[in-house]
Design a protein around this ligand. Structure first.
Ligand code: PEP
Ligand code: MN
Length: 261
C-alpha cells in the first residue's frame, strides 16, 4: 500500500495524534461546549458521531446533516479540525460538502466489503485523511482488505484505529483488545499510522488511562478518546466518556515512549 506518513499531514509535530470529543453530536450547545473545553485543554481535533450505528433500533441514531452545520458553525469560532464516522456514500458526500477534516470508518462497516467499496468509490479523487477501525470480529485480513480498498481508490492519508474486538464473554473490557492483531498490522505496514480507541475497548471511563498508557508503551501514533461535557447524561456510550478536564489529566499522566511520526 502507498501510505503517507502521519508527519506529512498532521501538524501536531512529533506528539501523538490526539482526537477527542463526544461519542455523538447531540445538541449544538453540547457540541460547542465540549469542543470549547477540549480546545482550552489543548485538543485540536474533535471527534463527533453524526450518524450512529446503534446495535438495537429505537435508540438515538444521530442528528445527521444538522450536526454538520453545527460543526461548520463551531469551526468559525474555534481553530479546530473535526473527525466524523461515515458509513455510506451519502455520508461521504455530505461530510465533504461540509468540509469535515478527517473521516473514520466504524467497526460495523469494516466487516462489510460492499460498504467499504461504496465508501471508497465515493471518496475517489479526494485527499481527505481516512482512518479505518478494526472490524468487530478479530479478522486481520478483513481490516487490511478495507484499508486496501481505500488505498486503491487513491486515499493515501490512511490510518488504522484499534478499538478492540467483540466478545460474548463477560470480561473486564467491552471489547477485547487482542493487542497482537493490531501489532501484526503495525508490523506488516510500519508506515501506516495506528491509533488506539481506548474508549470503545474499555466501555468504562475508569479504564481509559491504563489502556492509553498501554497504547503509548506499544508506540502507537495516537489516541481517539470519547469526551463529553456531561458524560453521565450522554445519549450514547455514557459509561465510557470522560469530561474534558478528566481527559487532560489522563493525557498529562501518560509516559510517551517515542513517536513513530
Ligand atoms: C464510535 O466511535 O462512537 C463508534 C460507534 O465506534 P465503533 O465503530 O468502534 O463501535
Ligand atoms: Mn461511541
Amino acid at each position: 500500500m502507498q501510505i503517507e506518513r502521519l508527519s506529512a499531514w498532521n501538524d501536531q509535530g512529533d506528539q501523538p495524534l490526539i482526537i477527542a470529543g463526544p461519542c455523538s453530536a447531540e445538541t449544538e450547545e453540547q457540541l460547542f461546549n465540549t469542543a470549547t473545553e477540549l480546545y482550552n485543554n489543548g485538543i485540536r481535533i474533535i471527534r463527533a458521531g453524526v450518524w450512529k450505528p446503534r446495535t438495537r433500533p429505537g435508540t438515538f441514531e444521530g442528528i445527521g446533516e444538522d450536526a454538520l452545520q453545527w460543526i461548520q458553525n463551531i469551526k468559525k469560532k474555534l481553530d479546530v479540525k473535526f473527525a466524523i464516522e461515515v458509513a455510506n456514500a451519502q455520508h461521504v458526500e455530505l461530510a465533504l460538502k461540509y468540509g469535515i477534516d478527517i473521516l473514520w470508518i466504524g467497526a460495523r462497516s469494516t466487516v462489510n466489503p460492499f460498504t467499504i467499496q461504496e465508501i471508497a468509490d465515493a471518496l475517489k479523487g479526494n485527499d481527505v485523511p481516512v482512518f479505518v477501525k478494526n472490524p468487530l470480529n478479530p479478522d486481520l485480513a478483513l481490516w487490511i482488505g478495507a484499508l486496501e480498498r481505500l488505498n486503491q481508490a487513491g486515499i493515501t492519508k490512511l490510518g488504522a484505529i484499534h478499538r478492540g474486538f467483540s466478545t460474548s464473554k463477560k470480561v473486564k473490557y467491552r471489547n477485547l483488545p487482542q493487542w497482537q492483531i493490531a501489532l501484526e498490522l503495525k508490523r506488516k505496514y510500519p508506515e501506516m499510522p495506528m491509533i488506539c480507541d481506548p474508549s470503545h475497548i474499555a466501555g468504562d471511563r475508569e479504564l481509559i488511562q491504563s489502556l492509553s498508557q498501554k497504547a503509548m508503551d506499544l508506540v502507537y501514533d495516537g489516541l481517539i478518546i470519547e469526551s463529553h461535557i456531561n458524560p453521565a447524561e450522554a445519549w450514547s456510550d455514557a459509561a465510557q466518556q470522560v469530561t474534558p478536564a478528566a481527559l487532560k489529566e489522563i493525557l498529562e499522566s501518560l509516559v510517551i515512549r517515542k513517536s513513530n511520526t
